[in-house]
Design a protein around this ligand. Structure first.
Ligand code: PMP
Length: 434
């Protein structure tokens, strides 16, 4: 067994200063049990904890580390930028260059405003949609995560026309009463809602492929239907590409699939990869909508550190590494790892559903394919915990929750892939024996 005594000491110490010892809940290992590892170093495909254990990293900071940790080009650009100050709280060239690069990659995104987290980006998109339409209702899908702003911390009511209920204490009914939650991939519910209340809807927000309940690809035509219904009823379509943006392709999910299928959202949200691991996110979209933001319009949005030079340098430098070759390679790696793990589980007769969309993938320990959140919740999370810990013990770090996507980086070597697949064979046996 790898020693985790130093991580344990840090985690006990952290309890006295940070609630639960963590800055974001999933990191506490609450759903899988055991000691969360405290990390001190990352290089390429690997990360090291305070006890000196190293792991092949299949979390990648939940997406941003697409080029691997501490890539020399990103480190160099960040270092030379920060020597000239971390932040001015004023306009600087890096943000213009990053905005231009995003627009080049995603032409449907005509203007970009930078913020510091995906949560803020979505919050701003919702505000913009309400201001642009003069309507209140926001439609979201159960199991999609759009950050922790009040209006989106909602769980489904009992029917499609019922109001959303807060799913966290501290969020009032007033803050969620204009949010409607539908089951994902439910074409009939979406159609019905629009025929009942289409003229009250400000926006539909969705992940282009949900990856925050595990990976659940859209049924064919689902995103196109959202685009058609929103456009017909005068509502906006917010495509939340915080996770998929610049990970699925040069132009995100939309650049690979949306454009080809002939639909276009009104607003996008981006995060993760565009900051290369620094706190950076963005809302973007049609100029007619974006230009109602202050100072051109009167929709207020602001941020002391928004678009700061160090974050934009990390983002620009990371995007420069994200060329066609990188996407070909990470698609290949994701498939090699995903298929390989699925085969290892099948060899041990472990019931599972290997689900993938682009290079995002995850495993549900359930025999049936998963199309929505209710089905995702049927999975055997105990089996996942066993699988998770066996992988960790064999030096492979995956998300510490059964409801998350796994992330590959371009820094993974053949030896890393071999280690992951070997660990997966051990982990599959552990799940079978449990
Ligand atoms: N939207 C999506 C699709 C996400 O995956 C996330 C984060 N996982 C967010 C929004 C929120 O981003 P952040 O954690 O940067 O606030």
């Amino acid at each position: 067994m790898a020693t985790t005594s130093r991580s344990q000491i840090w985690h006990e110490r952290a309890q006295h200063s940070i609630p639960g010892g963590v800055s974001s809940p999933v990191r506490a290992f609450n759903s899988v049990g055991g000691t969360p590892r405290y990390f001190v170093k990352g290089e390429g495909s690997r990360i090291w904890d305070v006890d000196g254990n190293s792991y092949v990293d299949l979390v990648g900071s939940w997406g941003p580390m697409i080029a691997g940790h501490a890539h020399p080009e990103v480190v160099g650009r960040v270092r030379s930028t920060l020597e000239n100050s971390f932040s001015f709280g004023a306009a600087s060239p890096g943000e213009v260059e990053l905005a231009e690069e995003i627009i080049r990659r995603v032409p449907a995104c005509e203007r970009v405003r930078f913020v510091s987290s995906g949560t803020e980006a979505v919050m701003t998109a919702v505000r913009l949609a309400r201001a642009a339409t003069g309507r209140s209702l926001i439609v979201k899908f159960a199991g999609c995560y759009h950050g922790h702003s009040d209006a989106l911390l909602v769980q489904a009511g009992s029917g499609i026309a019922t109001l959303g209920l807060p799913n966290s204490p501290g969020v009032t009914v007033g803050q969620t009463q204009d949010t409607i939650v539908l089951p994902y991939n439910d074409v009939v519910a979406l159609d019905e809602l629009f025929s009942l209340r289409g003229d009250e809807i400000a926006a539909v927000i969705t992940e282009p492929t949900p990856a925050n309940m595990g990976v659940v690809p859209p049924v064919p035509g689902f995103n196109a239907l959202i685009a058609e219904l929103t456009s017909t009823h005068g509502a906006l379509f917010i495509l939340d590409e915080v996770m998929t943006g610049f990970r699925i392709s040069r132009g995100g999910w939309w650049g690979k699939y949306g454009q080809a299928e002939g639909w276009t959202p009104d607003l996008f949200t981006f995060g993760k990869v565009i900051g290369g691991g620094m706190p950076l996110a963005a809302v973007g979209g049609k100029a007619t909508v974006m230009n109602i933001l202050a100072p051109l319009g009167n929709v207020y949005q602001a941020g002391t550190l928004s678009g700061n030079p160090v974050a934009t340098a990390a983002g620009l430098s990371t995007l420069e590494l994200c060329d066609e070759e990188l996407y070909r390679r990470i698609d290949f790696l994701a498939e090699e790892i995903g298929q390989g793990i699925s085969s290892a589980l099948t060899e041990q007769s472990v019931a599972h559903s290997y689900q993938h969309a682009g290079n995002l993938f995850s495993f549900f320990f359930t025999p049936q394919g998963v199309e929505n959140f209710a089905q995702a919740q049927q999975q055997d999370t105990q089996a996942f915990s066993v699988f998770f810990h066996a992988l960790l013990e064999h030096g492979v770090s995956i998300p510490p929750s059964a409801f998350e996507a796994w992330f590959v980086s371009n820094a993974l070597s053949d030896a890393d892939v071999a280690q992951v697949l070997d660990a997966a064979r051990h982990a599959s046996r552990a799940v079978k024996d449990f």
